[in-house]
Design a binder for this molecule. Structure first.
Ligand code: SAM
Ligand code: SF4
Ligand code: SF4
Length: 383
């Protein structure tokens, strides 16, 4: 039943580096045997730690035009790197079908990601389809997208017209030297800032900016970033550098704990904690005491939030990951392409979620010390 294939290793030609075990579910009889009766199950579905399935992150491509040092370092993701061939990518129709199944199972929030999602041709078409999804109670699905912003000034209007309302843009520094070094391809911060302005002008609310903080690389940019976006309505979220994947050379010394980020901003612009808006939110928020807006911190390393993690991830080639740090993906593309019904897909997803035990961040120190824990790359399943 379980078909283990390791995708790791470096040959003469660069291979994909995510050491993944693909879990095959081609055997319908066995799947049916293991599957719960979803129609009778109370929604939302809960995993073994009683966490509901509420969020789906969809990676629409494994490709990116950046080579961020903490995500796709160019030494690993070089020009011979073997990205997924087109035939392996889920089509928009397939993504929409899977998204519908998830929404039917209680998912209320969908985030499009990658790789760089705006590299996927005609992404607006997918946005248009997903924007119309309704929850079983008749509410709108909260659809959002995370982008590196490089193509945003060109695409903001068409994405907005397609029905996208919220957007997150990654920007690690407003200093050109620091940013261009960090993105690995010398892409100007000024153009990302133009994208952020375009997003605001066409009416995205909110526009959030994600900054991954890496000690000794861009930690001196915490305050300039806070200062730049204060009073603009844009919320900066400072993210702890995480040990996702196996190629970003992560170590604990490179992590700037969120407490340090908050202290350094608070010393200049006093902050008032406002906590998490929803228990499943990744970011803890603070407002400027003088009313000039908000910031958020995402403390996946120093203060793990696995206990409230309601997220499933779908890779661009149709594998489902129940944790950002998973080594295993469950193939949903094969059953879909070989004729499984929506009901069968529902059972497949429900079964996966109900068996979920993941809490990698809470166990991080054990994993790092005891095993060289294999993990999927972040660029493969998105943030
Ligand atoms: N390319 C898009 C972008 O950069 O926004 C979407 C995909 S990217 C993988 C999603 C988010 O993950 C980005 O905000 C990025 O900064 C974050 N990220 C990537 N690697 C990370 C790491 N090692 N630690 C923390 N965040 C990371
Ligand atoms: Fe690309 Fe986003 Fe990863 Fe940077 S963080 S390399 S922009 S996928
Ligand atoms: Fe969720 Fe896994 Fe991150 Fe914990 S480590 S918050 S289970 S994705």
């Amino acid at each position: 039943m379980f078909d283990a294939k390791s995708g790791s290793g470096f040959g003469a030609k660069q291979q994909r580096v995510f050491p993944l075990v693909e879990v095959s579910v081609a055997d319908s009889a066995e799947r049916a045997f293991r599957a719960p009766d979803v129609t009778a199950a109370e929604l939302p579905l809960q995993d073994t730690r009683l966490r509901p399935l509420r969020d789906l992150r969809i990676s629409v491509t494994d490709r990116c035009n950046f080579r961020c040092v903490y995500c796709m370092p160019k030494e690993v993701f070089g020009k011979d790197y073997a990205f997924l061939p087109r035939s392996e990518l889920l089509s928009f129709e397939e993504i929409e079908r899977i998204a519908r199944v998830f929404v039917g199972l209680g998912v209320e929030k969908i985030r499009l990601t990658g790789g760089e999602p705006l590299l996927r041709k005609d992404l607006e078409y997918l946005v248009e389809r997903l924007a119309t999804l309704q929850t079983p109670r008749g509410g709108d699905v909260d659809l959002t997208l995370t982008t590196n912003g490089s193509l945003l000034s060109r695409k903001a209007q068409s994405l907005r017209d397609a029905g996208l309302k919220r957007i997150s843009v990654s920007l690690d520094s407003i200093d050109e030297t620091v940013f261009q070094r960090m993105n690995g391809v010398g892409f100007p911060a000024a153009l990302v800032l133009e994208g952020i302005d375009a997003a605001r002008q066409v009416g995205f609310v909110p526009v959030k900016v994600n900054m991954v903080v890496k000690r000794g690389v861009n930690d001196a940019q915490i305050l300039p970033m806070a200062r730049h976006f204060r009073g603009t309505g844009v919320e900066v979220r400072f993210i702890e550098f995480m040990d996702v994947g196996t190629s970003n050379g992560w170590n604990m010394e490179s992590v700037v704990p969120s407490s340090e980020v908050v202290r350094s901003i608070d010393a200049v612009f006093p902050l008032v904690p406002t906590g998490r808006e929803k228990p499943s939110d990744t970011s803890v928020r603070f407002r400027y005491a003088d009313g000039q807006g908000k910031i958020g911190v995402i403390s996946s390393v120093s203060q793990p939030f696995c206990g409230d993690c309601t997220r499933m991830r779908l890779s661009a080639d149709g594998r489902l990951f129940t944790c950002l740090f998973a080594a295993h993906g469950l193939d949903i593309r094969t059953p879909m392409r070989t004729g499984d019904s929506d009901d069968a897909l529902r059972r497949l997803v429900a079964n996966l979620w109900m068996r979920r035990t993941d809490r990698y961040s809470e166990l991080r120190s054990e994993h790092s010390a005891a095993h060289n824990h294999p993990k999927v790359e972040m660029s493969f399943i998105g943030g």
